[in-house]
Design a protein around this ligand. Structure first.
Ligand code: 8Y4
Length: 265
């Protein structure tokens, strides 16, 4: 899953066309590099980021989605707003990536009456304060139990299991030790029987391990992606798609789980 941010940088003073065109061009590049899914987000989820109004998020995300309707891969929309979830699905989104795991009022209903898939992510606390002093008894058990509850809530709302993806939410209210425990024990989440998505790309846990800035975390991200897949992740959310796709092609070849490799034997 390749990450497409539709957030204007501080230099392009509010020119949405530029932002939208850049996002679409970036999306096409990531497909070229081997992305099987795109994740489009119009609101930053990073600690300390400012919230965006529905109007603004809509103006960023929907034009990109429309231009990608023929792109050949499923498009996911990363949003926390039920109104935009509905509009995105109506505009062709195949999946909603919800860092709140459908807990915001109206989110379950927004997805339920549609054919879209949904990724339900665990997080602890709100993005502004979640990294201050995260505390867990048993982080793997707590995340697992939370995801089980949200799977049940989604099913109760009429969203069939086949449409669900779960995600431990690396970095969302977790210390380095919590993140490492979740990655080490990811198979316990994969055992829930719903595909697991892992988002580790360029994250600060990799900065803590390597001492590197986000742009220099590609190699660390590749290692994390391979470990995640080895431990049962089915979808990897990545910024550096070409590198990640090559690394996972090697993993897949070794595991003989891709038809083309077998047919050439
Ligand atoms: C550098 C670059 C440092 C990016 C940090 C980051 C996830 C997610 C995010 C995830 C799912 C991020 C929207 C955080 N992470 N959605 N979104 N899972 N499902 N930080 O792990 O990329 S944003």
């Amino acid at each position: 899953m390749g990450v497409i941010n539709v957030t204007p940088d501080s230099f392009s003073d509010g020119n949405r066309y530029l932002t939208v065109d850049q996002a679409v061009a970036h999306a096409r590049l990531l497909i070229d590099e081997g992305a099987h899914i795109l994740d489009i987000g119009g609101e930053s989820t990073r600690p300390g980021a400012l919230p965006v109004t529905l109007e603004e998020e809509r103006r960023r995300v929907l034009p990109v989605l429309e231009q990608l309707s023929d792109c050949g891969v499923p498009v996911s929309v990363d949003t926390q707003k039920p109104a935009l979830m509905r509009e995105a699905i109506a505009a062709g989104a195949s999946m909603i990536n919800d860092v709140n795991a459908l807990t915001v009022p109206g989110a379950l209903e927004a997805v339920a009456g549609t054919p879209a898939a949904v990724c339900m992510m665990h997080k602890k606390g709100d993005p502004r304060t979640m990294q201050q002093a995260p505390h867990y008894g048993d982080v793997v058990r707590e995340v697992r139990d939370y995801l089980i509850m949200q799977i049940q809530a989604a099913e109760a709302a009429g969203i069939r299991r086949e449409r669900l993806v779960v995600d431990p939410g690396f970095g969302f209210g977790k210390s380095l030790e919590h993140n490492l425990a979740l990655l080490h024990e990811l198979a316990q989440l994969a055992a829930l029987g719903v595909p697991v998505l892992a988002g580790l790309s360029r994250k600060s846990m990799l900065g803590k391990i390597t001492g590197r800035e986000p742009g220099e975390r590609v190699f660390a991200s590749i290692a994390a992606a391979v470990i995640a897949v080895e431990n049962g992740a089915r979808i990897v959310r990545a910024h550096d798609v070409a590198a990640t796709a090559d690394a996972l092609a090697v993993w897949a070849a070794v595991n003989e789980c891709q038809g083309p490799y077998l047919s050439s034997l």
